[in-house]
Design a protein around this ligand. Structure first.
Ligand SMILES: *Cc1c(COP(=O)(O)O)cnc(C)c1O
Length: 391
């Protein structure tokens, strides 16, 4: 099949929920990928922050292949050593107490919502506060948690019990905490919302306020987690101790996994039968995730992410067409002085560089293992495309 045939097949047989770019990747190595005709791309998307160790990492591949050849799945009525080992390693890296495993970010947030409702149930506190411009997933409950009306349209009614506050406005949050609220859920860097980091003062004040009002502080680390911001979890940059953390994207290194992690005070909050997932904690996925956690949690690896992020930031900011750079670590948003971010994305793909957008910004989420040479090559293409946009 050639590309045109694949495109026709997609048009005919797949629901058009994605605005796709004309690229079909068939092979990859770290931050490089190739399409069917052998054209090479620098990939600064890592599949939206999923391929934390890049494409075809040899140790990740070996862990996954070995486990697939031993036992590929078992139901959660039995114990799985890969599953329990990952839970311990992940909780230790995250500073949390227990994990519930599922298959995606939205499901991890669904679990956090159930944890929060359960926590508030006795005193009839059922509402959850999230922030305007947040993104928490596509299920009807996580859509309700998502503070962007555009995502809600056409799908009403959503799950009840979500209230929204303005990021940075601590008194606005305080007004909402009237005894009906069991939890506050935040992204420390709003990803889909335009790569917007929350201010440290706001996050620390929020943490103190939640403690004072006996409201859970839950952090959605689906995009920011697993080393993406240069800390194992982004909340660790803020010096706070959340009650629950949700994680997915980068955790599996390319295979589907999500987790809701809870702190010591929520130990065993959910009882047998109150939450479950057929695939959750699958041993093949867990074997790969263990390799991701082992590598990414090493202080030298995280230091490397911070250094690469700083290098990209500096290079991007030095480009005359760039108005501003924001984000943290290897999660960067670039605002251009002129030109449409999506047009730039399409032109970059034509020239062999894959990037993302977030609102009106260009977004970079390269694999955490990207090399200096790969960064330089991709930046070169980006610079060239921006130069042409200006003409
Ligand atoms: C991607 C994302 C989600 C949803 O994850 P899925 O795996 O697509 O369900 C939730 N929260 C944040 C912050 C995300 O970036």
């Amino acid at each position: 099949m050639n590309f045109q045939e694949i495109k026709e097949q997609e048009q005919r047989y797949i629901l058009h929920t994605y605005g796709r770019v004309d690229v079909a990747l068939v092979k990859g190595k770290n931050a490089r990928a190739w399409d069917m005709e052998g054209k090479e791309y620098l990939d600064f998307t890592s599949g939206i922050g999923v391929n934390a160790l890049g494409y075809s990492d040899p140790l990740w591949m070996a862990a996954v292949a070995k486990q697939a050849g031993e036992i590929q799945h078992l139901c959660n009525y039995y114990y799985s050593p890969q599953n329990t080992a990952l839970a311990q390693e992940l909780c230790e890296a995250a500073g949390m107490a227990q994990a519930f495993f599922c298959n995606s970010g939205a499901e991890a947030n669904e679990c956090a919502v159930k944890v929060a409702r359960k926590y508030g149930e006795k005193r009839n506190a059922r509402n959850i506060v999230t922030l305007w411009n947040s993104f928490h997933g596509r299920t009807l409950t996580t859509l309700a948690a998502t503070g962007q009306d555009g995502f809600h349209r056409d799908f009403l009614p959503l799950t009840e019990g979500f209230l929204y506050a303005e990021a940075g406005d601590i008194s606005g949050v305080e007004k909402l905490l009237d005894g009906s609220v069991c939890a506050v859920l935040i992204e420390t860097v709003q990803g889909e919302g335009g790569v917007i980091p929350l201010e440290e003062d706001f996050v620390q004040a929020l943490s103190a306020l939640c403690r004072e009002k006996d409201v859970l502080l839950m952090v959605d680390e689906v995009q920011t987690g697993i080393g993406r911001t240069g800390a194992f979890y982004s909340y660790q940059n803020y010096g706070i101790e959340p009650d629950a953390v949700t994680t997915a994207k980068g955790l599996g290194g390319g295979l589907p996994i999500g987790a809701c992690l809870v702190s010591e005070r929520l130990r065993n909050i959910l009882k047998p039968g109150q939450q479950g997932s057929t695939f959750g904690g699958n041993p093949v996925v867990c074997a790969g995730a263990r390799e991701v956690v082992r590598r990414v949690s090493a202080p030298a690896f995280l230091q490397g992410v911070r250094e690469k992020g700083a290098y990209l930031w500096e290079r991007l900011l030095s480009m005359p067409q760039v108005e501003l750079v924001r984000g943290k670590g290897l999660m960067l948003g670039v605002k251009l002085k002129q030109g449409d971010a999506h047009d730039v994305l399409v032109r970059c793909a034509e020239q062999g560089l894959l990037i993302l957008t977030a609102k009106e910004l260009v977004r970079f989420l390269p694999p955490l293992t990207i090399t200096r040479e790969e960064m330089d090559e991709g930046l070169g293409i980006f610079e060239q495309v921006l130069g042409k946009t200006e003409e």
